[in-house]
Structure formats: structure tokens, C-alpha cells
Design a protein around this ligand. Structure first.
Ligand code: ADP
Ligand code: MG
Length: 476
């Protein structure tokens, strides 16, 4: 790609590089790619730019289109799983004995099941993540990293980054190339799905409640959604877990109220990690799940997004069960799966342990966690597995083939870090939404994409952790 030559030239001309990087950052400000700083996370006086790459990164067009094309099937799949108690029960049986967090989520799930689910409307905002694996024979294939069914974020910012990249390409004279940057526009349709759920709930004065974090470093990315909802005249509020735990209650019809307002939809931007909870806020989660409010996601859909479920789906015959008469859909989904292996107790799990210990560098060991920074690579896999290999604690993890992503060159713009040419790899995320009312899928769409790029020095990822940067696909 032409940017390769440009990067080589820029790196020998530090003044020009700094001025182009400054231009990119200023453009980022201009389009609203901004976030709070770690130094002053609560200040509305100090912001910085969201980490971004200087140029868009090349992504094979076929893999990109494949990821977009399969998204509505992934939406359907997680939705079907969420309605299959037997499947969830069996898939997570070993995990909940080994992992306290999943066990707590599962307790809530059981309680809601026993009481009988009250709300037939479901809304899902998902993001399925992939890398393009480069095979030994030089081929590229799209492989799924995971699917996020709770607090799938990044769309507001990724909707903006292509403008910056068009600008940087034009600035270095790559006019034709600047036309090939893929733009995304997820936010309006993500909000439209929440709006649809609100409308189906059917009470004009009821609000959409964003359940938000305490430490709101990415708060600004939410503002774009808020604007969309205001434009549609939909009332919404933001509340933290502790506020829900102090102020929320159910009426006799299990309607959820907080501070005198009826809640039509709870949209979780938080609640996906153990440290998001205290005993009180676990009770608040249970209260919301038991309520008549539409949950995005509900507890069963949250569980459908666990890594253990992902592993079980890769077993022979499982996808066929969810799509009995649709072999093409099964094929399309399965084509994106990397090798996934159980660590449940039993001979199959024993084989997984032996395989991982013999060759740790070709695998990733994953606990049931979200948010980045939780996985084990290389010798760490050996260390962790040696500690748990002969007892049921090992079922807290799954093992996955390590994807060998395509490597590219780019420059990451991250506050406080020097400008340097880096060897990078990218992760493609595809956003999808659906709304179901009882047996009827009211809406099922792919809404757009996100590209996140990191230096290959890092195994794990995460924009908020300062590892990954927002990027745009330059289709090749
Ligand atoms: P989390 O839920 O914490 O985001 P992920 O499964 O998405 O967990 O993994 C976090 C990061 O680890 C990914 O963004 C990716 O960079 C890296 N990673 C995860 N799985 C693999 C894999 N199979 N091969 C290579 N890298 C991986
Ligand atoms: Mg992830």
C-alpha cells in the first residue's frame, strides 16, 4: 500500500511527522474523537483525543465483507441461545462450579427462570470481533475472537475516525487512496434499536436508563447516543449501580421505577466484570432482571456471550441444533471459528491440558472475563494450567487457537507516547442489533464496523487500557 512508502519517508523527517500527527489530533478533536483523561477522569474541563492510528490500516476486502455478512446470523444465534435454558445449563455446568462471577450471573438467571420471565421484548446490541489469520500458505481467513453481548462499545468513536484518516491521506497527497477508507455509521441504528424497544414497551413517559460506570473515562462516547435519543424525543436517564440499588423498586406489576420514573429499557454500559459489583449492586442487578423493563442485554443474553458458550458452539453438531434447516448459515458461522477446546473435567479436558502444556505458544487461555487484559499467552498458560490442571478450577477457562494476525506498519497516536513506526495488527469488530417481541424478530441488522489496531508487542488489547487505537479499514 502507498502509505508504506509515505511512512518510511515520514519517519526520516521528524518535523513533518510531528506536524502531521498534530493535524490528525486536531481533526480528531474537530470530529469529536475525545475522551476524559486518566489524570482528571471526572473533569469536564480537560479532555484529550481518543487514541488513533495516523493512517488507515489495510484489511482484505473479502474478510471484511464476510464479517459484515455473517453478523445477522450471529444476532440470531445469541438470541436463540438466550431462549434455550437446557443449553445454557449444560454449557455452563462446569464453569459455574469454578468461576464465582459466572455462578452469580447464573444464580440471577435461575431465579428469573423460576419466577417466569416477565418481558417478551428483547433488544440486543452486539459486537463480534475478528482478526484476519494469515495461514502458512499465505492465505488470509477471518477468525472470530469473541462476541460481546453486553456493553459492546466503540461505535460512537469508530463512526468518526474515517474522516480523520481521509484527511491524513490527502495531506500526504494520497487523494485516490483517501476515497477507499471505509466509513461506518452505527450510532443511529444502534439507537434506533433501543428506540424500537422503548416504543414496543408502549409507555410515553417511561425512560431508557443507561446503567453507567463510576469511572467514566469513555463517558463522552455515550453523548452521541444521548443526542440521537433526544432527537427522537425519547426520555432517558443515566444511573450508576449504587443509585439503582438505593432508588429503584418494582410495583405490583413488576414495573421498574427509579426516582419516580418508570424505566422502559435498561441499557447496560457496565456490569460485565466482577469488580463492577458489590453485594448491594448484585441485588440491584437482580431487581432489574426480575422487572418488566426491557433489558439490553437480559441476563440470559449476557450468559450467551460468555467464552464458555463460544467454545461449546464450536463442538460438532451444536450450530446445527440452532439452525436445523439452514446448512448455509451453519457453514457461514462455522467458517469464522478458530479451534476452541474445553477444560471441563473429563478425558477431553485432560487432552486439552496436555495439548496446551506441550505447545503453549499456539494457544490463548481465556477466563470468563471481558474488558481486555484477562487472557493468558505463552508461558503464562503453563503457569496457570499447572496450578489448576487436576481439579475443577480449570473449568473456569477455555483454550483457543492463537490467531496469527496480518502484520502491518502504522504509527499510533496515544497521549504521552512517542511517535514511532510500529509493527501492528488489527481487530475488526462488527456491530449488530436486533429486537424481538416474543416469537417475532422485529428487527435484525448489521449496523457498521470498528477497527482497532495495536502494536504486536502486546498480546491482549483494549483502547481504555491504552493498548489499542481506533483505526479505519483500507480495503485491499
Ligand atoms: P475480552 O473479552 O477481555 O475483550 P477477548 O477474547 O476479546 O477478551 O481477548 C482480548 C484480546 O486478546 C483480543 O482483543 C485480542 O487482541 C487478543 N486475543 C484474544 N483471543 C485471541 C486469539 N485467539 N488469538 C490471538 N489473539 C487473541
Ligand atoms: Mg474483546
Amino acid at each position: 500500500m502507498a502509505t508504506k512508502a509515505v511512512l518510511q519517508r515520514l519517519i526520516t523527517n521528524p518535523d513533518r511527522l510531528t506536524s502531521l500527527a498534530d493535524e490528525a489530533k486536531e481533526f480528531a478533536f474537530q470530529v469529536g474523537m475525545i475522551m476524559h483523561t486518566y489524570e482528571a477522569p471526572s473533569s469536564s474541563e480537560v479532555v484529550t483525543y481518543t487514541p488513533l492510528t495516523l493512517f488507515p490500516s489495510p484489511v482484505p476486502k473479502a474478510a471484511f465483507l464476510q464479517a459484515l455478512a455473517v453478523q445477522t446470523h450471529f444476532n440470531t444465534l445469541v438470541d436463540k441461545i438466550s431462549q434455550d435454558p437446557k443449553f445454557l445449563e449444560e454449557a455452563l455446568a462446569g464453569t459455574i462450579q469454578a468461576d464465582d462471577f459466572t455462578a452469580k450471573l447464573f444464580d440471577i438467571y435461575r431465579q428469573v427462570q423460576q419466577e417466569g420471565q416477565t418481558q417478551p421484548i428483547v433488544v440486543g446490541l452486539n459486537r463480534s470481533d475478528y482478526m484476519v489469520d494469515r495461514g502458512e500458505d499465505g492465505t488470509s481467513s477471518l477468525k472470530q475472537i469473541e462476541i460481546n453481548t453486553i456493553a459492546a462499545a466503540g461505535f460512537s468513536v469508530s463512526d468518526r475516525v474515517s474522516v480523520v484518516h481521509r484527511h491524513t491521506l490527502r495531506s500526504v497527497g494520497l487523494l485516490e487512496e483517501s476515497e477507499c477508507v471505509q466509513a461506518s455509521n452505527s450510532t443511529p441504528r444502534m439507537c434506533a434499536a433501543l428506540a424500537k424497544a422503548w416504543e414496543l414497551y408502549g409507555r410515553q413517559k417511561a425512560v431508557i436508563m443507561f446503567l453507567v460506570e463510576d469511572f467514566q473515562i469513555s463517558k463522552l462516547s455515550r453523548r452521541g447516543m444521548e443526542k440521537e435519543l433526544w432527537n427522537r424525543n425519547i426520555p432517558f436517564i443515566c444511573r450508576r449501580f449504587d443509585e439503582v440499588s438505593r432508588g429503584a423498586s418494582l410495583d405490583g406489576h413488576k414495573r421498574l421505577f427509579i426516582d419516580g420514573l418508570e424505566v422502559a429499557v435498561v441499557y447496560y454500559r457496565y456490569g460485565y466484570m466482577p469488580d463492577h459489583y458489590t453485594q448491594q449492586t448484585w441485588d440491584a442487578r437482580l431487581l432489574m432482571e426480575r422487572s418488566l423493563a426491557v433489558k439490553c442485554p437480559d441476563i440470559s443474553t449476557h450468559l450467551a456471550g460468555t467464552k464458555k458458550v463460544q467454545q461449546v458452539l464450536a463442538r460438532p453438531g451444536v450450530l446445527e441444533k440452532f439452525f436445523p434447516d439452514q446448512p448455509q448459515v451453519v457453514e457461514q458461522i462455522r467458517a469464522t471459528f478458530a479451534g476452541l477446546y474445553t477444560l471441563d473435567m473429563g478425558p477431553e479436558g485432560d487432552r486439552t491440558v496436555a495439548m496446551a502444556l506441550a505447545n503453549p505458544h499456539v494457544f490463548v487461555l481465556k477466563p470468563q472475563r471481558e474488558g481486555g487484559g484477562n487472557n493468558y499467552f505463552g508461558e503464562d498458560i503453563v503457569r496457570v494450567l499447572q496450578g489448576v490442571q487436576s481439579d475443577k478450577r480449570r473449568a473456569a477457562y477455555i483454550l483457543m487457537d492463537r490467531i496469527r494476525p496480518r502484520r502491518e506498519q502504522n504509527i499510533l497516536l496515544t497521549k504521552g507516547l512517542p511517535l514511532k513506526l510500529a509493527c501492528v495488527c488489527s481487530e475488526i469488530g462488527v456491530f449488530g442489533v436486533y429486537v424481538r417481541r416474543a416469537g417475532e424478530m422485529v428487527l435484525n441488522e448489521v449496523t457498521g464496523h470498528i477497527l482497532k489496531t495495536k502494536s504486536i508487542e502486546h498480546n491482549d488489547a483494549g483502547v481504555v487500557r491504552g493498548v489499542s487505537a481506533f483505526d479505519s479499514p483500507f480495503l485491499i
